[in-house]
Design a protein around this ligand. Structure first.
Ligand SMILES: [Zn+2]
Length: 140
Protein backbone atom coordinates (compact mmCIF):
# COMPACT_ATOMS: atom_id res chain seq x y z
CA UNK A 1 0.00 0.00 0.00
CA UNK A 2 1.42 3.41 -0.98
CA UNK A 3 1.80 6.32 1.46
CA UNK A 4 -1.16 7.96 -0.25
CA UNK A 5 -3.33 4.84 0.13
CA UNK A 6 -2.29 4.43 3.77
CA UNK A 7 -3.31 8.03 4.45
CA UNK A 8 -6.62 7.45 2.67
CA UNK A 9 -7.45 4.47 4.86
CA UNK A 10 -6.04 5.98 8.09
CA UNK A 11 -8.35 9.03 8.11
CA UNK A 12 -12.00 8.63 9.01
CA UNK A 13 -15.21 10.61 8.73
CA UNK A 14 -18.71 10.01 10.09
CA UNK A 15 -21.78 10.10 7.83
CA UNK A 16 -25.46 9.57 8.55
CA UNK A 17 -27.33 6.94 6.53
CA UNK A 18 -30.97 6.09 6.17
CA UNK A 19 -32.34 3.33 8.40
CA UNK A 20 -30.17 0.20 8.26
CA UNK A 21 -31.37 -3.29 9.05
CA UNK A 22 -33.84 -3.10 11.91
CA UNK A 23 -33.03 0.48 12.97
CA UNK A 24 -35.87 2.99 13.16
CA UNK A 25 -33.94 6.03 12.02
CA UNK A 26 -30.66 7.33 10.67
CA UNK A 27 -27.46 5.55 11.69
CA UNK A 28 -24.06 7.20 12.15
CA UNK A 29 -21.38 5.31 10.18
CA UNK A 30 -17.63 5.82 10.37
CA UNK A 31 -15.95 5.56 6.95
CA UNK A 32 -12.36 5.65 5.78
CA UNK A 33 -11.53 8.81 3.87
CA UNK A 34 -11.08 6.67 0.74
CA UNK A 35 -14.63 5.32 1.01
CA UNK A 36 -16.04 8.75 1.81
CA UNK A 37 -14.30 10.29 -1.20
CA UNK A 38 -15.62 7.60 -3.55
CA UNK A 39 -19.08 8.07 -2.03
CA UNK A 40 -19.12 11.84 -2.64
CA UNK A 41 -17.58 11.76 -6.13
CA UNK A 42 -19.80 8.90 -7.29
CA UNK A 43 -22.88 10.66 -5.88
CA UNK A 44 -22.06 13.86 -7.78
CA UNK A 45 -21.35 11.92 -11.00
CA UNK A 46 -24.69 10.11 -10.61
CA UNK A 47 -26.52 13.46 -10.54
CA UNK A 48 -24.64 14.69 -13.59
CA UNK A 49 -25.39 11.42 -15.41
CA UNK A 50 -29.10 11.88 -14.79
CA UNK A 51 -29.67 9.11 -12.24
CA UNK A 52 -29.50 10.83 -8.83
CA UNK A 53 -28.93 8.48 -5.94
CA UNK A 54 -27.77 5.57 -8.11
CA UNK A 55 -24.08 4.70 -8.62
CA UNK A 56 -23.82 2.41 -11.61
CA UNK A 57 -21.52 -0.58 -11.99
CA UNK A 58 -20.32 0.98 -15.25
CA UNK A 59 -19.09 4.09 -13.42
CA UNK A 60 -17.24 1.99 -10.85
CA UNK A 61 -15.64 -0.07 -13.63
CA UNK A 62 -14.49 3.09 -15.47
CA UNK A 63 -12.75 4.92 -12.62
CA UNK A 64 -8.99 4.42 -12.66
CA UNK A 65 -8.69 2.63 -9.31
CA UNK A 66 -9.92 -0.55 -7.72
CA UNK A 67 -13.08 0.49 -5.88
CA UNK A 68 -13.95 -2.98 -4.58
CA UNK A 69 -12.66 -2.39 -1.02
CA UNK A 70 -14.27 1.03 -0.65
CA UNK A 71 -17.52 -0.20 -2.24
CA UNK A 72 -17.63 -3.11 0.22
CA UNK A 73 -17.04 -0.66 3.07
CA UNK A 74 -19.91 1.57 1.88
CA UNK A 75 -22.26 -1.42 1.58
CA UNK A 76 -21.23 -2.85 4.97
CA UNK A 77 -21.93 0.54 6.58
CA UNK A 78 -25.34 0.82 4.92
CA UNK A 79 -24.29 3.95 3.01
CA UNK A 80 -24.78 2.14 -0.31
CA UNK A 81 -27.28 -0.61 -0.96
CA UNK A 82 -26.87 -3.11 -3.78
CA UNK A 83 -29.47 -2.74 -6.53
CA UNK A 84 -29.78 -4.01 -10.08
CA UNK A 85 -26.77 -2.69 -12.06
CA UNK A 86 -25.26 -0.66 -9.23
CA UNK A 87 -25.88 0.81 -5.79
CA UNK A 88 -28.52 3.05 -4.20
CA UNK A 89 -27.04 5.90 -2.14
CA UNK A 90 -28.64 6.03 1.31
CA UNK A 91 -27.09 9.25 2.65
CA UNK A 92 -29.49 12.19 2.24
CA UNK A 93 -26.90 14.84 3.20
CA UNK A 94 -24.52 13.75 0.46
CA UNK A 95 -27.37 13.52 -2.05
CA UNK A 96 -28.37 17.11 -1.19
CA UNK A 97 -24.75 18.20 -1.63
CA UNK A 98 -24.47 16.33 -4.95
CA UNK A 99 -27.66 18.00 -6.20
CA UNK A 100 -26.36 21.43 -5.19
CA UNK A 101 -22.88 20.82 -6.66
CA UNK A 102 -24.36 19.65 -9.96
CA UNK A 103 -26.71 22.63 -10.26
CA UNK A 104 -23.89 25.01 -9.31
CA UNK A 105 -21.54 23.50 -11.92
CA UNK A 106 -24.28 23.70 -14.57
CA UNK A 107 -24.91 27.36 -13.70
CA UNK A 108 -21.22 28.20 -13.87
CA UNK A 109 -20.90 26.48 -17.25
CA UNK A 110 -24.04 28.26 -18.51
CA UNK A 111 -22.43 31.58 -17.58
CA UNK A 112 -19.32 30.65 -19.54
CA UNK A 113 -21.31 29.50 -22.55
CA UNK A 114 -23.96 32.22 -22.24
CA UNK A 115 -21.83 35.27 -22.94
CA UNK A 116 -19.26 35.68 -20.21
CA UNK A 117 -16.89 33.37 -22.06
CA UNK A 118 -14.31 31.05 -20.63
CA UNK A 119 -11.39 32.29 -18.56
CA UNK A 120 -8.10 30.56 -19.43
CA UNK A 121 -6.69 28.77 -16.40
CA UNK A 122 -2.98 29.65 -16.02
CA UNK A 123 -2.45 26.45 -14.02
CA UNK A 124 -4.21 24.12 -16.49
CA UNK A 125 -3.47 24.93 -20.15
CA UNK A 126 -6.52 24.51 -22.39
CA UNK A 127 -8.96 24.59 -19.45
CA UNK A 128 -11.34 27.26 -18.15
CA UNK A 129 -10.55 28.54 -14.65
CA UNK A 130 -14.25 29.06 -13.92
CA UNK A 131 -16.01 25.91 -15.19
CA UNK A 132 -12.94 23.68 -15.76
CA UNK A 133 -14.30 22.84 -19.23
CA UNK A 134 -12.02 22.65 -22.26
CA UNK A 135 -11.33 25.92 -24.10
CA UNK A 136 -12.14 26.04 -27.80
CA UNK A 137 -14.34 22.95 -27.90
CA UNK A 138 -17.06 23.28 -30.55
CA UNK A 139 -19.89 25.37 -29.16
CA UNK A 140 -17.69 26.79 -26.41
ZN1 LIG B 1 -15.75 28.18 -18.57
Amino acid sequence: MSDFEEREYASFITVSTGPVGGSDGPVEVVLSYAAYRLHVYASVVAFGAGHPGFVSDEYLAEIPLDASTTTAELVAGGVWQRSDGGYLVRDEQTLEFADFATRWADAVEANCLGGLGHVPDPTAPGRCARCHGPLGEPGR
